[in-house]
Design a protein around this ligand. Structure first.
Ligand code: NAD
Ligand code: UDP
Ligand code: UDP
Length: 325
């Protein structure tokens, strides 16, 4: 039975996006009332269509760069394009979303005394000179490159969170999220797992940027959502920043080979131009999450990839039919 004392009204910004839609779903399962805010820049109605009939779920089309007046107990601030292709399309808007958006959501949290969680990123470490990365590392970020609108925007948002905490006693939580994947990633968002999977399923060439020796560590979305909720529920004196991700590191070449194998694809690997400031290595140290949140990821890459590939197969099918017709 639902426990009304424990249920809350929760605002999820970016709620129609990849991670946001999974988060809304999980919070609804826990009996909370959800306001899912999105401007639908990279989010899609299809991601939340199955939630619409739930009377505890409300969708609000809004851009967080503008003020918002609602009454809520908790805010998960996820609104921000996350893939390089999308955040570089309109870089000024990306910085505005991170900075003006954070100010508005922090102003709201301050007024209604809500707890607020920021979806920060491993990108705050830039191209890390320290490997693997723990939360004490200050990063190695190019302030004027093509990735800067995202990296510096997220760094400034962290600054704002800590200043609202020190200056106005706002209860904050900052999660530094490492590469996350799973069903509902946008098929054309340019990120590596969605690109490789779509290419493999359509028997197109798999495009490795550079020589494929760069590494990433991929976290399955269900594990990440569990970490975000645990962070929100942690004691008020724990603010983070805390790394959330999966520590098993793979090279991009290994990832391409794995996806070809799991999809049983005939695709060939081709090597293409490496984008500016593409990071060489990335792997989280998760000691803090383990100690403070009793959290660690449990989904192996193969298992998560199989579930993700199943999702993309359903998207590719209509495409194939369209081509055949
Ligand atoms: P996504 O692009 O699927 O989701 C972002 C959502 O925010 C979309 O629904 C988009 O329409 C919405 N949005 C963008 N600008 C907005 C604005 N100004 N106002 C209102 N809504 C806006 O990306 P995602 O992968 O789900 O990422 C969610 C959050 O997690 C982002 O803040 C991202 O920076 C962070 N993050 C993601 C990853 C990852 O690997 N997926 C890694 C690190 C951090
Ligand atoms: N804000 C908002 N909703 C609220 C309260 C504030 O969107 O419920 C916005 C407000 O427009 C302001 C920003 O949050 O620009 C920062 O608010 P804060 O109170 O920190 O600063 P001030 O109002 O003094 O600029
Ligand atoms: N990448 C690639 N081919 C693609 C898309 C990405 O080789 O089709 C590489 C990219 O250059 C980077 C890694 O895969 O080294 C991860 O890229 P993604 O955009 O997913 O995330 P990020 O670079 O932000 O970690």
């Amino acid at each position: 039975m639902k426990n009304y004392d424990l249920t809350k009204r929760i605002l999820v910004t970016g709620g129609a996006g990849f991670i946001g839609s999974h988060l809304c779903e999980r919070l609804l399962e826990q009996g909370h009332e959800i306001i899912c805010l999105d401007n639908f820049y990279t989010g899609r109605r299809a991601n939340i269509a199955h939630l619409i009939s739930n009377p505890l779920f409300e969708v609000l089309r809004h851009d967080i760069c503008f003020p918002l007046y609602v009454e809520v107990d908790e805010i998960y601030n996820l609104a921000c394009p996350a893939s390089p292709v999308h955040y570089q399309f309109d870089p000024v808007q990306t910085t505005k979303t991170s900075v003006h958006g954070a100010i508005n959501m922090l102003g709201l949290a301050k007024r209604v005394k809500a707890k607020i969680l920021q979806a920060s990123t491993s990108e705050v470490y830039g191209d890390p000179a320290v490997h693997p990365q723990d939360e004490s590392y200050w990063g190695n970020v190019n302030p004027i490159g093509l990735r800067s609108c995202y990296d510096e925007g997220k760094r400034c948002a962290e600054t704002l969170f800590f200043d609202y905490h020190r200056q106005n006693n706002v209860k904050i939580k900052v999660a530094r999220i490492f590469n996350t994947y799973g069903p509902r990633m946008h098929p054309n968002d340019g990120r590596v797992i969605s690109n490789f999977t779509m290419q493999a399923l359509k028997s197109e060439d798999i495009t490795i940027y550079g020589d494929g020796t760069q590494t990433r560590s991929f976290c399955y979305v269900d594990d990440l959502v569990d970490g975000l909720i645990r962070l929100m529920q942690s004691p008020d004196d724990f603010t983070g920043p805390v790394n959330l991700g999966n520590p098993s590191e793979v090279s991009i070449l290994e990832l391409a080979e794995k996806i070809i194998e799991l999809t049983n694809s005939k695709s060939q690997i081709v090597f293409a131009f490496l984008p500016e400031d593409d990071q060489r290595r990335r792997q989280p140290l998760l000691e803090m999450a383990k100690i403070q949140l009793d959290w660690k990821p449990s989904t192996e890459l193969n298992e998560g990839l199989i579930r993700t590939i199943d999702y993309f197969r359903k998207i590719v099918k209509p495409y194939e039919q369209a081509v055949v017709v």
